[in-house]
Design a protein around this ligand. Sequence first.
Ligand SMILES: CC[C@H](C(=O)O)C(=O)SCCNC(=O)CCNC(=O)[C@H](O)C(C)(C)COP(=O)(O)OP(=O)(O)OC[C@H]1O[C@@H](n2cnc3c(N)ncnc32)[C@H](O)[C@@H]1OP(=O)(O)O
Ligand SMILES: [Co+2]
Length: 138
Amino acid sequence: MIKRVNHIAIAVPDLELAAQTWRNLGVTVSEPQTLPEHGVRVVFLEFGNVKLELLEAYGEGSPIGKFMQKNPSGGMHHVCFDVDDIGATSAKLQDAGIRVLGGGQPKIGAHGNPVLFAHPSDLFGVLTEFEEPHSPES
Ligand SMILES: CC[C@H](C(=O)O)C(=O)SCCNC(=O)CCNC(=O)[C@H](O)C(C)(C)COP(=O)(O)OP(=O)(O)OC[C@H]1O[C@@H](n2cnc3c(N)ncnc32)[C@H](O)[C@@H]1OP(=O)(O)O
Ligand SMILES: [Co+2]
């Protein structure tokens, strides 16, 4: 079952500048995490009912490289939903003709939970991530 929104992600050209901008507005911002296997560096902003994830491209071949070329000052990148069962979600998406990126196999995301991405062209232009939280606070 697809449940609450876990986070909304914004791609930014300068992670430290974006993080400090939000801190200056009084928002709690996590320390940066470098995720080489995902080709990004991220921080999370806590708002109680939802998190914002700020992403900066990391390394060659980052999956957000082309997005940043098209949107050099940044932009809304993806939305992530919590699910009960990432495997069942993958199967349900594929049964619905929605492409699951990365060959359908989950990877471990920034919260240490399995995540999948559905192709934006199959979900009305929105890159959509699904995460199976193993701990309530993630
Ligand atoms: C998991 C760690 C962390 C977490 O939350 O825990 C993260 O969220 S990491 C986030 C970064 N990782 C990913 O985004 C992985 C999934 N993304 C991809 O595999 C690519 O970004 C992909 C395939 C969605 C797009 O690839 P690319 O931009 O290189 O180019 P394409 O020409 O293949 O794009 C095809 C088509 O999609 C449109 N597009 C691209 N990005 C987005 C987007 N963020 N939102 C909406 N649409 C997007 C692109 O414009 C193309 O459209 P078209 O109409 O065909 O021109
Ligand atoms: Co994400």
